[in-house]
Write a protein that binds this ligand. Structure first.
Ligand code: NAG
Ligand code: NAG
Ligand code: NAG
Ligand code: NAG
Ligand code: NAG
Length: 470
């Protein structure tokens, strides 16, 4: 009798244990619900959650997330993660409140406005401040901040996902997509690869139903992206023929260590971008005096090109001063309380849209993520790359070189796609991936072209083709 008795006991306690951890997770989930934010419009109602997920207990690392359920029938919609780049820039400061979230910040951080082109129309939308040191995400082990590189970022983001899904188990078997822009051109495929790998290793408990990824104006391959930057500056009348000739003479972008002659020539390119907005070359520049944005741009030029070329940051767009509104908003104590951010006062300093210390200490060690594209395309993931064609920082030219280099056979020729009877951009479909341009958008496509970007993401999520009829 002893055997079955022990067995029964074990089963009972296992049951008790799992229901206990389940209820802890659901308690935490309830605690993360955001009732209403300061300055949030009365209607429509927005179902949102935010808080911390521990990604490393020993070091005390926790990442901050903000989650919006889909506006209608969330139980039928996929889960979409959005990441901004930098490294060091906040996905809530850019993605959520400036680009594609349902609540965008307006009036110098005094209020939020409902965004009718929000991406949670068609998806459950998750923003993550990554890595630690960005925004409200923090670590109790300060030496972590000196070890940041692409691997570190991907591992923590993966732990975040697994733990977040424990808190929101209804999304565990949901179709999952990863999206992002700029330096997230590294983060997104790298995280996708990690999920893909871990899915092979242990089907079951931590399986994540990853279906694909989409990246915008993504840093992808340093050689093609640098060449693209130089060619774009020349072909868009930013620099002279002579400067362009020098670049061709002195710059071998295949080597990440530029020669002195190349650096001197590229300095001329950057100096021409000082007076305009490299992230949206036809937009007005933010003229606010003391935003971190303008001071950071200033710092670029003071630190010289070596710093500059690593900095893939975004400071401008339709309202060229928007990132300072986000800083005003997220530094309000009432906002932090409502968002469950910095609850125990553990996040040092001020909330910044982008963190200079993270950018400066980041270890850039990956030259190209194209091999990951090849691998995941073979693995059957849906892969899209889009590009605002007025971005001088990660220009469409470099992205075209990157996509071409994959050597995929063409399925549908380069052609226009339409919205409201206008050409919204162009696209080309390959067997394995699609590339889409958004006409007149800069680095932050959802900010500059909200309606076009909503069509783009919906089409991607449904696995359809962009509208080819006027
Ligand atoms: C960081 O340390 C504080 C104080 O000891 C603790 O309350 C908090 O839970 C720690 N954070 C993490 C993510 O472990
Ligand atoms: C980079 O190139 C410079 C000269 O152009 C050289 O002095 C330096 O050692 C090189 N650094 C690396 C890491 O290759
Ligand atoms: C603009 O910034 C400069 C340098 O920080 C400062 O001296 C000046 O007073 C500021 N002007 C205004 C109008 O805020
Ligand atoms: C978090 O709270 C502490 C204590 O109130 C404060 O010193 C710190 O500046 C806050 N951090 C952020 C990012 O607002
Ligand atoms: C940067 O990261 C690479 C790849 O992980 C590693 O080999 C290298 O040692 C790191 N460099 C520094 C200075 O930490």
């Amino acid at each position: 009798m002893a055997g079955p008795g022990i067995l029964r006991l074990y089963l009972v306690s296992a049951l008790a244990l799992s229901s206990c951890s389940l209820s802890l997770a659901s308690d935490q989930r309830n605690a993360d619900r955001v009732v209403r934010l300061p300055g949030q419009p009365e209607s429509p109602s927005v179902s949102q959650f935010s808080g911390y997920v521990t990604v490393n207990e020993r070091h005390g690392r926790a990442l901050f997330y903000w989650f919006f359920e889909a506006q209608t029938t969330p139980e039928e919609k996929p889960l979409l993660l959005w990441l901004n780049g930098g490294p060091g820039c906040s996905s809530i400061g850019y993605g959520a409140v400036s680009e594609l979230g349902p609540l965008t910040v307006v009036r110098q951080g005094a209020a939020l406005k409902f965004n009718e082109y929000a991406w949670n129309k068609e998806a459950n939308l998750l923003f993550l401040e990554s890595p630690v040191g960005v925004g409200f995400s923090y670590t109790n082990t300060s030496s972590d901040l000196d070890s940041l590189n692409d691997d570190f970022v991907a591992e923590d983001a993966y732990s975040f996902l697994v733990n977040w899904l424990e808190r929101f188990p209804e999304y565990k078997n949901r179709e999952f997509y990863i999206s992002g822009e700029s330096y997230a051109g590294h983060y997104v495929p790298q995280l996708a690869e990690l999920v893909y790998e871990r899915n092979q290793n242990k089907k079951g408990k931590s399986y994540i139903d990853l279906k694909g990824f989409i990246v915008g104006n993504p840093i992808t391959n340093d050689y093609f992206d640098s060449r693209g930057l130089a060619e774009y500056a020349w072909s868009h009348a930013v620099v002279s023929d002579e400067v362009y000739k020098s670049i061709k003479k002195y710059c071998d972008f295949k080597n990440s260590n530029w020669s002195n002659d190349c650096s001197a020539t590229m300095d001329i390119v950057y100096s021409q971008y000082q007076e305009i907005d490299i992230y949206n070359i036809y937009a007005p520049k933010c003229l606010l005096n003391q935003t971190s944005a303008s001071s950071a741009v200033q710092a670029f030029f003071e630190n010289g090109q070596d710093q500059f070329r690593r900095r893939i940051r975004m400071f401008s767009g339709y309202d060229p001063c928007y990132s300072s509104y986000a800083e005003d908003y997220f530094n309000r104590k009432d906002v932090q309380r409502a968002l469950h951010a910095n609850v125990s006062g553990l996040v040092p300093g001020k909330w910044r849209a982008c963190s200079d210390p993270i950018l400066n200490s980041y270890n850039f060690s990956v030259f190209s993520v194209l091999p990951i594209y090849s691998k995941l395309i073979k693995g059957g993931l849906r892969v899209w790359l889009y590009s605002g064609d007025a971005d001088g920082r990660v220009p469409v030219i470099g992205s075209r070189y990157c996509v071409e280099a994959l050597g995929l056979p063409i399925k549908t020729q380069w052609q226009p796609w339409y919205l409201d009877k206008q050409v919204a951009g162009r696209f080309v479909e390959y067997h394995g991936m699609s590339m889409v341009t958004v006409r007149g958008a800069g680095h932050l496509v959802p900010l500059n072209k909200p309606a076009e970007s909503l069509t783009l993401i919906n089409t991607f999520l449904r696995g359809e083709q962009l509208p080819t009829q006027r």
